[in-house]
Design a protein around this ligand. Sequence first.
Ligand SMILES: [Fe+2]
Length: 266
Amino acid sequence: MTNPLPLVLGAAGGALLAREHKTRVAMERFAGAALETLLNAIEANDPDTGMHVRRVAAYAMIIAEAAGLDEHRQHAVERVALFHDIGKIHEALFDIVHEPNKLTAAERRAIATHPARGAQVLAPLKAFYPELPAGVLAHHERWDGKGYPRGLRGRRIPLEARIVTIADTFDAVAHTRRYRRGTGVEKAFEVIAEGRATQFDPELVDVMLLPPVKEQIVREFDTRITPHGQRGGRRARRHESIPDVTFRWRSQSLGSSRLRAAHRVD
Ligand SMILES: [Fe+2]
């Protein structure tokens, strides 16, 4: 349906609305570009984290859409997913994050500060994206209240964080096992199912484990691993560094509704 307002306001009113629309689109593009610049900075500093957050964003978006979230909320989920680990690039944590050996108790305590450090880094964006620092702060909370940093329980945990924590865990399991043919995603789905109503929001787990949603996640996973299951190497890295998650302002590809769960989660 066409907008009747320009007819009421006349030609001048129509021009005004058109100008406002143009300004809004330009501002959205600017905001998207600024966020993407920040993402590029994360990736330049730490390519592994950069690739991890892009994968997490892809899985989180599939869950968000399947859970019936509207476009606006899906954007919020995408942002929290893309910046959830920004606290890990803090100079105080960099060596620990890249420590190949098992972490000591003190190192684990230090790593547990990354949600708060991330929220702090993102604090200036709170006025524009209120969900972003709050979601990042809460992405290690658990449904049963045993998470950190605040021990929030159930729906007190922001929805964005409840989705991202599932996608994050899925990636951690699936990706580290990706070269053991066939075991990566299966094991990851098992871990998510085991965490239902303890670690994770049970409704969101149910959404993720719906066969069409699982299928879509597996397809996404398959596009992000090396074609022949090689371990690491330059070829693998080149394949993975294709920037395949993009902000909405320059890609409408995720906008179409492909999956809908029987119920909305909020
Ligand atoms: Fe994290």
